[in-house]
Design a protein around this ligand. Structure first.
Ligand SMILES: [Zn+2]
Length: 174
């Protein structure tokens, strides 16, 4: 979506692009060959990684709760450089990894953190392909899975439940 939107609208550009995503994955509790993704893109002058961190930190606190902290780890994605994985502190055990009685937290499996999305600074080649001068503009982007966010927020352990149209499951969101 990034290059298509940049070619159509030019810079500066701020967009959210929700849609279906397809991937070669065998269906199991955490994988589905089709899922829903929201891609975010901001291209403007003077955009930095700090803007990306601030935006995603704000979003995670609004979505998961004000006590949630975010953590960014370097990783590799082909279309961003540098790239990062975003984790949030577990909102159930508040990052401790266990409950008050010392039981390991089921939600974060004891780590205190949960990985929720990927992000990074838009690669200059992507800007160039979109007809935008990377000397003048920079940008950040993120991609998140909607089912993944719902699983974390509502403590759902099987992604397949979203695609089975079982009323007993769906009614909890009514
Ligand atoms: Zn936890």
């Amino acid at each position: 979506m990034q290059i298509r939107a940049l070619r159509k609208h030019g810079a500066p550009l701020h967009i959210l692009a929700p849609g279906k995503a397809y991937r070669r994955d065998n269906p199991d509790a955490t994988h589905s060959p089709m899922f829903h993704q929201v891609e975010g893109l901001a291209v403007d002058t003077d955009i930095t990684f700090a803007d990306l961190k601030g935006t995603l930190d704000f979003f995670c606190r609004k979505f998961f709760g004000e006590k949630v902290r975010t953590s960014f780890h370097p990783t590799y994605f082909p279309f961003t450089e540098p790239s990062g994985e975003v984790s949030i502190s577990c909102f159930v055990c508040e990052g401790r990894g266990s409950d008050n009685s010392g039981q390991i937290c089921r939600t974060c499996k004891g780590s205190g953190w949960m990985e929720v999305m990927g992000c990074g600074m838009v690669h200059p080649e992507v800007l160039r392909a979109g007809g935008v001068d990377p000397e003048r503009y920079s940008g950040w982007a993120f991609g998140l899975g909607i089912e993944r966010f719902a699983m974390v927020k509502y403590d759902i352990h099987d992604i397949q439940l979203f695609f089975q149209s079982d009323m007993r499951f769906l009614e909890q969101f009514g």
